[in-house]
Ligand binder design. Sequence first.
Ligand code: FES
Length: 163
Amino acid sequence: MTRRQWLFKVVVRPGVAATGALLGAILLDVWLAAGRFTSLHWTEATSLDTLPEDAVLSLPAKRLALVRDRDRVAALSLECTHLGCLVNTVEEGFFCPCHGSEFGPRGEVHSGPAPRDLDWLPLRVHRERLWVQAGTRLAEPAWVSLPANAADAPQGNTQEGTR
Ligand code: FES
């Protein structure tokens, strides 16, 4: 065995392996931390008594809309699936002011350049309030059943807050 071969075997190979393991551990830690602060984090959307009946409650400051269908509700992301601009609530559904994508009332894409429907968000009811997991995206609505007392709310499209 030459000196060069010995150096490679004893110094370089273990050094590369140790560096790889260290980088792997750091990346795993960053990935887990990102998950803790985004996909696992529940934020309050609104209280149950602000929900309109069979309509959309747009919450642009929270980048989401609550879609109510009789005794159930789901949360729709207001971030355009093209480049992430905030879409506006319009009579026909949603409209992206950045490049003109149009979406239906359930976030279904009607015209591009948006490549797909708006995303749905996990939603839950806790202590008379609605909570959204904003870091997680769903392809289908995660309908949540409303308690009986949430049925006496105003009707029509409403918008709360500004961009
Ligand atoms: S970001 Fe919405 S259409 Fe481009």
